[in-house]
Design a protein around this ligand. Structure first.
Ligand code: G1P
Length: 270
């Protein structure tokens, strides 16, 4: 059973500057609620019981957001505001399932994930990228369902436009049915010319515990970072089964300013 999730949050968020010079991007409100809460809610609703948040010393305000008890207690003592009591309850509910791990230098997603090695208990775990919001369908829940069916690693995917492929990890695929495919290979942000398809990696993954072994030996790739994509590639080339799932629901990219603004607009229509 997939019960643990990892969310890497140590990224600098430069695409959302100047906001992210003082506020971690995952705490920026999207229609009145921090982006991170949408991701936590997705985890909780898909049956996850522990979420490991990877932060850095520079992003301690994320931890403070969940551990600001004195602030709430004093406030509630002074005025018994129902809304504040509710919000504090909600924060405490999240706190029950989250755990913090640190990545103090931004060496890439692969390096971040490796910091969680000792905490992962079962053979597979869920990983979510907080920049990718998916609404109108719980993508993690669909991935867990497929994992239980195929007993393999699963990665979410969507078709992107040709001129956009170099922004994503891109799959080489073999179709199995309408929404699922076997992953033959995956390349981190390829140039348009050498992209094997237009099916992109979207930030929801079910990964095997054995990826930690590969990550330990992983050499830096694109832009000198340790990419989870490169270790996934090694596992695929070693004949481990990875399935791509074209998820239903609406994808929102809240890691860029344009996408962030649009995310708030789309969620306000729900
Ligand atoms: C990361 C992954 C990339 C994937 C993307 C999905 O890139 O490295 O393979 O397509 O997430 O959002 P990043 O957004 O960190 O540049």
């Amino acid at each position: 059973m997939i019960k643990q999730a990892i969310i890497p949050l140590a990224g600098l968020g430069t695409r959302l500057l100047p906001l992210t010079s003082v506020i971690p991007k995952e705490l920026l409100p999207i229609n009145g609620k921090p982006g991170l809460e949408y991701i936590l809610d997705e985890c909780i609703k898909s049956g996850i019981t522990q979420v490991i948040l990877i932060i850095s010393k520079k992003k301690m305000s994320i931890k403070k957001y969940f551990y600001n008890d004195n602030f709430y207690k004093n406030l509630i003592k002074k005025k018994k505001d129902k809304r504040i009591i509710m919000e504090y309850k909600k924060i405490k509910k999240y706190r029950k399932i989250i755990k913090f791990v640190y990545q103090n230098s931004p060496r890439g997603t692969g390096d971040a994930i490796l910091k969680c090695e000792k905490l992962i208990k079962s053979n597979f775990f869920l990983m979510l990228m907080p920049d990718d919001l998916i609404i109108k369908n719980n993508c993690s829940k669909s991935l867990i369902f497929l994992h239980n069916k195929y007993k393999s690693s699963i990665i979410a995917s969507r078709k992107v436009s040709k001129d956009n492929v170099s922004r994503w990890g891109i799959f080489d695929i073999k179709k199995i049915n309408k929404n699922n495919f076997m992953i033959k290979d995956v390349i981190e942000k390829p140039p348009v010319k050498s992209a094997p398809s237009r099916y992109a990696v979207i930030g929801r993954y079910i990964l095997p515990k054995k990826i930690f072994k590969i990550l330990k030996k992983q050499k830096p790739g694109k832009n000198g970072e340790i990419h989870i994509t490169d270790s996934i590639r090694t596992l695929i080339l070693k004949k481990n089964r990875f399935i791509g799932h074209i998820f239903s629901g609406k994808y929102l990219d809240c890691g860029s300013m344009k996408g962030y603004i649009n995310s708030g607009f789309e969620i306000s229509k729900l």
